[in-house]
Each structure stands twice: as C-alpha cells, then as structure tokens.
Design a protein around this ligand. Structure first.
Ligand SMILES: [Zn+2]
Length: 430
C-alpha cells in the first residue's frame, strides 16, 4: 500500500477533532487526500505468539483504517498491493479473491481492487496467519434446491429490466448470470486452533444463509464472500464489509443457532448498509434495523421451518427484543435513544461539505442496541400492516431502485410505501 507523505500525515492529524463529536473534512479536501493514501491504524493482536492486524469497527462508524472520518458521500474505488512474509494471509474488502504472488524468497504480494465506488469507511483489511477451512462442496446442492423457489413474481422480473440509478460501474443487478446465483463463492478463514469448530458449526451454514438471503431479496450485490474469525479482542459479534464478514469467536461457542442468526444478520448488511448506504452517519438504524429484521426471515428460510414454527420463533424473538429495548430505554440517556437526532437537517452538510457525527465517541453508545431494536420494531410493524409477502416484494423493488446509492430514511420509507401503493388497490390502504 502506498504511504502518505509526512506532510500529508501531519495535515490530516491537525484536522481531526476527536472530542465530543467528530468533525468531518469537506469532500473537496477528502478527494485531495485520497490521492496521498493511506495510513493504517488498525488493531494489532498477538495470537498465540503470531501477530495479526485488522481494521476493527470504530465507535464513529468506520473501520478504523483512516485516522479521520469522511462523509459517506465521498465515494471511491481503490486498489491495493500488500506485501507480507510468506506465512501470512491478506484478506481485504476487494471484489477479487486475491492469490498471492511471490516477489522474492519469503515475501508475498497480494493485490485487491474494487470497481464499485463505496464510502472509505467500508474499506477493510485483515492480515494474519489465518488458515482456510475447507470441506466438501455444498454449493451445488443448495443452488439446485433454490433455483426454482425464488419468489420473484412477474412484476419483480419487469423491475429487473430497469436501468440502475447509481453512478456507472459493472453492476451485478444488470448481469443475467449474477442474478441467478443463489450462492456466491465463499471461503472461511480462522486461526488454526478454531478450524475444527468452524467445520462443525459454521461452514455448512454459509451456503444455507446465502441462499435464504437470495430467495428473500434477490441478486447478491457482491460477487464473493470471505468469512474471517477474528481475534478475541474484537468488540462485537460480527461486522460486515463488502466481500468480507468478520465474526467473533464467541459466535462459534454459541453453536449453530448463534452462528446462523449472526451470519444472517451480517449477510443482510450486503443489501442494507453496504449496497444501500445511509447518507448521514446518524442514521445507523437504516442498516441495523433492516439487518435485525431480515436476520429472522433469512434464518427461518435457512432452517426450512414450517409456517407455524416461523411464527413461533419470530414472536419469541420479538418478545425478547422488546424486553431488551425496554431495559435500554429505561437505563440510558434519552438523547442517545433518538433514531434521527438531526431531525429535519439529517443529511445536510455545511457550506464546506463538512458534517457532524453525533455522540461519535460516547463510550456507552457502543454497547447500545436501541437503534437496532427501534428500527426492527418499525419495520416489523410495517410488515404486519402490509403483509409479509407484499412487504418483501416492495423491499426487493426498493433494492433494485436504490442499490449503489446512499439514502435517507425519508427516501426509504417513501420508497417502500410507494412500491406498496402501486401494487395495492387504493381501497385496501387505510
Ligand atoms: Zn446496478
């Protein structure tokens, strides 16, 4: 990776404001800095005497790669060459599954790239002595099983013919072969001490969950997936980035249920959070609410539960989440509970292009789930009003219209209602 010249580094450091809120640089300034690229300040961990390094999620929403925060609208593509000693594996959020090239004895070079412009906050890297977990190929079986169960209606297919609304890049939604791919190619990497556990609990779940996501939302927005079991200092259960998901070691110890639900949650972020991003940092409910809501639907489909079992499981989860939400609301600062803290000015930037992250570094906010849960209940209530089938059909249309773009919650709610409105006779809408 290219290093930023010293003067550039000092300029960047001067512009950081890591106090109550995080001030973002203007888009213009950010573009100038992007040419200088990059400083890595990720987490370094010594795992059984072997060092590893990875970009952990930070409280202000990025992957802790840049020592600054960019507004989400500063989209870019990237390419990176990373050199390592021969016993290290480099995983990144690139669209290619890089194969290492030997530069000289004991030194490998890994090259990754993306062609889809994305916020810099989604850039992810993990370097360590990971081992790939391999087992027999489940993909073929799952693909044949799900090809004919895709719930797309004729109307959904007509939607596929529409032109994308994003800036130009090679898009999977316009690629007939990609649109039929129920399970994208995937790999699992782990420290060698957890290989067996991954084989037992995780590996066979991935195609099931990917396929369930596909039958729910259609085309996978990204062409491949690496799942990495990250070191034990990772502070969440999972984190999704383009083409790569980090999972906590704690997920493995929770057996198939915890692995499956967490995997489904992170897979849902490929659509909500990554392919469709929030245009304002404060609207985290957009990605977390959707991922929490969709994890139940994906997981029920992955397990092939009966209608009654699905209902029972969903009701039980709703009850548990309601209790958690009630506890959080009673025991946290009121201003941290607001889904749209910037209200009408959400998405606005100052004249210079700068915007503010509210409560970015408040320690307690990292552990709060209120945005996940309130978002979930909002979406659940919409689904119950509209009916799940119509609701999911509207979601697929919304994904088609807005993938590759950043949205505000007004756009999303209006988009969903509009899709529903077009489909439903007016006398049925109250
Ligand atoms: Zn597209």
């Amino acid at each position: 990776m290219e290093r930023m010249p010293r003067s550039g580094l000092e300029k960047l450091q001067k512009e950081q404001y890591y106090k109550e809120d995080c001030y973002m640089k203007s888009k213009k300034e950010t573009e100038a800095h992007r040419e200088l690229l990059l400083i890595i300040c990720p987490v370094i961990e010594i795992l059984k005497g072997r060092p590893c390094v990875y970009t952990m999620g930070s409280p202000i929403n990025n992957r802790a790669l840049f020592p600054c925060q960019e507004p989400p609208v500063a989209l870019s593509t990237w390419q990176a060459s990373v050199r390592t000693a021969a016993d290290f594996v480099v995983l990144m959020s690139g669209e290619n599954a890089a194969e290492p090239v030997q530069l000289q004895e004991g030194i490998l070079s890994w090259y990754y790239y993306v062609t889809m412009p994305m916020p810099a906050s989604t850039f992810t890297i993990a370097v360590g002595c990971w081992q790939e977990v391999k087992q027999q190929d489940f993909t073929a079986v799952i693909q044949t099983n799900t090809m004919f169960s895709l719930p797309s209606s004729q109307a959904d297919f007509r939607w596929h013919e529409e032109i994308c609304g994003h800036v130009e890049y090679p898009c999977r939604f316009q690629d007939p072969a990609a649109r039929l791919q129920a399970v994208i190619p995937y790999r699992v990497f782990t420290p060698c001490c957890l290989t067996e556990c991954c084989e037992e609990h995780l590996l066979q779940l991935i195609p099931q969950c990917l396929s369930a996501a596909y039958t729910t939302l259609g085309t996978h927005p990204f062409s491949r997936l690496d799942v990495l079991i990250v070191p034990s200092n990772f502070s969440s259960l999972g984190m999704a980035s383009p083409h790569i998901i980090f999972l906590s070691q704690s997920v493995l110890s929770g057996g198939i249920q915890l692995c499956g639900t967490r995997l489904c949650h992170e897979i849902a972020h490929a659509w909500f959070g990554l392919a469709i991003g929030a245009r304002d940092w404060t609207e985290e409910w957009l990605s977390e609410g959707f991922a929490t809501f969709l994890e139940d639907i994906f997981w029920a489909r992955a397990q092939q539960l009966s209608h009654d079992e699905v209902k029972g499981q969903q009701e039980l989860k709703a009850l548990l989440r309601w209790r958690r939400l009630r506890d959080e609301v009673q025991n946290s600062e009121e201003e941290l509970q607001v889904l749209r803290p910037k209200k009408e000015s959400t998405g606005e930037t100052s004249e210079s292009g700068a915007s503010i992250v509210k409560h970015g570094l408040k320690a307690e906010k990292v552990f709060m789930q209120v945005h996940y849960l309130k978002g979930y209940f909002l979406l659940r209530s919409l689904a119950r009003t509209i009916g799940e089938a119509s609701y999911l059909s509207s979601l697929r249309k919304f994904v088609h219209k807005f993938h590759g773009q950043l949205v505000l919650s007004q756009v999303l709610c209006l988009g969903l209602l509009f899709a529903f409105w077009k489909k439903t006779p007016k006398k049925q809408i109250t």
